[in-house]
Design a protein around this ligand. Structure first.
Ligand SMILES: [Fe+2]
Length: 460
């Protein structure tokens, strides 16, 4: 694990972390992903190098007290802090571990634990770090993986169906911790007053079959004129969105092919491809009688089972016309036409994806997509912002379905469009108006008029 390899100058030797969790790898993954989020937090909000180091260390170690061999009180923040203190760890790191996520303040604590907390004075100078570690803790799923605040809460709610009290408390906590994040995010330099918005296209910005609406277009223009950045982030072929990017006057890079490629100044840049898996996967899908389309930089080619009627659906979606002839170039993704209501089929195809070492996600009720590992909207948005030297968490995502999830997880905050799937709405910080009522435009106006992070708050 890369985050475990960093060599400390003093305190606990990080190389000893992994052996403590040999039988608890999901917990270790959670700690590593918290540390990685903390790194983004530090770099996005311009913490000094020294503070960055302390914060990422505290985030990495925040759950060390779960290691079975370190158990003393059976209360992980206290057990972890006591151990790290003995290891000569920096007092701010110890404080971050001791008090992260409201530790020591929860009701029903063991009297010995409460007494230990009462004996330890608060360290006001480390308060920022306690908050930042808490934010990082809430942006890494319990078993590892980066998630939005709302998805982390959902995760807790799903894992504790018989503990409504815990779920209720988590609901209050997630709102508070999200607001701490907004407080951190507020002080952006004047030349970047507004977050970079990554916006899905189909069923989010535009309802398939419709044109870009005048209110959405005006809102995007006003947002960019006010110093914001805006990029499309779509599963579509890059050539399909080139006219839309032009109509919007966007000078940014667009995310296409579900993050497998970018559209930059009319040029397509491949970020990830299916490689050898493409051929075998296409065969396996076609042998099941399923219509498929393979996306390549130069265009879209259909499989043998593609009926003519599907060309019209593509047209309806504003996708470029697929061809029957084999094209050259990398396979960016395979789109498979299969109804999402057929749950057995869905499970079978997701297993198939795993067998071929590729990712699989649904972008529509009828569209199941097979994507290269490392080719998703979140990773592509990171590349786009890195290229522009833009702080990665100074960003907002808007989307409606499963293929937007990595984008929701990457960005500082995220919104679902009103007509989004229930899953997407539960995993986002806000739900905005529906696509048919220019929900994207309304949200952009709200962010612009509220001067970015300053006007954004958790809904209570
Ligand atoms: Fe944690």
């Amino acid at each position: 694990m890369s985050c475990v390899s960093c060599r400390p100058e003093s305190g606990f030797d990080i190389r000893a972390l992994e052996p403590l969790f040999v039988d608890h790898l999901p917990r270790l993954a959670h700690m590593c992903d918290s540390a990685s989020f903390a790194g983004d937090l530090a770099r996005s909000f311009f913490l000094t190098e020294e503070r960055e180091k302390l914060l990422t260390r505290a985030a990495l170690l925040h759950d060390i007290g779960y290691a079975p061999t370190l158990r003393r009180f059976g209360y992980h923040p206290l057990d972890g802090a006591l151990f790290l203190e003995e290891q000569g760890e920096h007092p701010w790191v110890v404080e971050g571990v001791l008090r992260h996520s409201w530790a020591g303040r929860k009701a029903g604590l063991d009297p010995d634990v409460s007494a230990s907390y009462a004996r330890r004075p608060l360290l006001p100078e480390a308060d920022w770090l306690v908050r930042a570690v808490t934010v990082a803790d809430w942006r890494a799923a319990g078993v590892g993986g980066r998630v939005s605040f709302a998805r982390r809460f959902q995760d807790i709610a799903t894992r504790n169906p018989h503990n409504p009290d815990k779920v209720r408390r988590a609901g209050i906590m997630v709102n508070e911790v999200r607001d701490w994040f907004f407080d951190l995010a507020r002080d952006m330099p004047a030349d970047r007053p507004l977050p970079w918005v990554f916006c899905d296209v189909d069923n989010t910005l535009i309802r398939p079959g419709d044109r870009l609406s005048a209110p959405n277009k005006a809102a995007i223009r006003a947002y960019v004129d006010a110093g914001g950045a805006f990029s499309l982030a779509t599963g579509k072929h890059p050539l399909s969105i080139a006219p839309l990017a032009r109509e919007l006057g966007l000078s940014t890079i667009q995310v296409a092919g579900n993050g497998s490629c970018l559209l930059e100044n009319g040029e397509i840049k491949v970020l990830a491809e299916l490689g050898e898996a493409a051929e075998a996967l296409a065969l396996a899908l076609e042998s099941r009688g399923l219509p498929i389309a393979v996306y390549r930089p130069e265009g879209i080619e259909t499989g043998a089972r593609w009926p003519q009627s599907l060309d019209e659906i593509f047209e309806h979606y504003g996708e470029i016309r697929p061809t029957r002839v084999r094209q050259s170039g990398a396979a960016l993704k395979i789109l498979c036409i299969v109804d999402g209501d057929d749950l057995r089929r869905e499970e079978e195809l997701r297993l198939l994806a795993a067998e071929h070492g590729v990712d699989c996600c649904r972008s529509d009720r009828h569209f199941l997509e097979f994507l290269p590992k490392g080719g998703n909207k979140g990773q592509a948005a990171r590349v786009v912002m890195a290229q522009a030297g833009w702080p990665v968490l100074h960003s907002l995502a808007i989307g409606d379905t499963e293929n937007d999830e990595p984008l929701f997880a990457l960005c500082g905050a995220c919104a679902a469009i009103g007509n989004a799937s229930e899953w997407a709405r539960q995993g986002t910080d806000w739900t905005v108006g529906p696509c048919t009522q220019d929900g994207v435009g309304g949200f952009l106006d709200q962010v612009r008029e509220g001067r970015g992070w300053e006007g954004l708050r958790s809904e209570r």
